[in-house]
Write a protein of this length. Structure first.
Length: 134
């Protein structure tokens, strides 16, 4: 069930440039992409390691929407960035939960946590430096 959820809110092909600008914009405009995030974060507390690894990867992919704007047409960038940032910020709210998961799980879970935190750190810094230039 979770795999289907993942492919519906963050299709792998979209992350790899296989979607048109219009389709990518449609993906981030859907409410489901950010509304599911608090639920996924809460599930991390209850899931076995295999489930945690998948949930962390899904959260990583949701946060990664901010990193795939290179596939967008210039005319859609502003609208895309606005929605991708809402999703990213929803994922960022779970940073303490992710950090608390480090060292307490399987190597796969720890690696997924490290990858997620890395993308959050990278794009949190980008948004802060963007704001400082305004």
């Amino acid at each position: 069930a979770f795999r289907n959820l993942g492919q519906n809110i963050v299709p792998t092909i979209a992350l790899n440039g296989g979607y048109s600008s219009e389709d990518l914009l449609h993906l981030v405009q859907r409410d489901a992409a950010y509304l599911v995030v608090p639920f996924l974060i809460e599930l991390l507390s209850y899931a076995p390691d295999q489930g945690k690894e998948f949930l962390l990867e899904l959260l990583h992919d949701l946060a990664w929407y901010v990193g795939i704007e290179k596939y967008l047409a210039d005319s859609e960038l502003g609208e895309y960035r606005k929605h991708a940032r809402v999703i990213f910020n929803s994922v960022l709210k779970g940073i303490d939960v992710y950090k608390d998961s480090l060292g307490n799980n399987s190597p796969g879970v720890n690696e997924a946590v490290i990858d997620l935190i890395a993308i959050l750190d990278k794009y949190s810094t980008d948004s802060q430096s963007d704001r400082s230039r305004e």
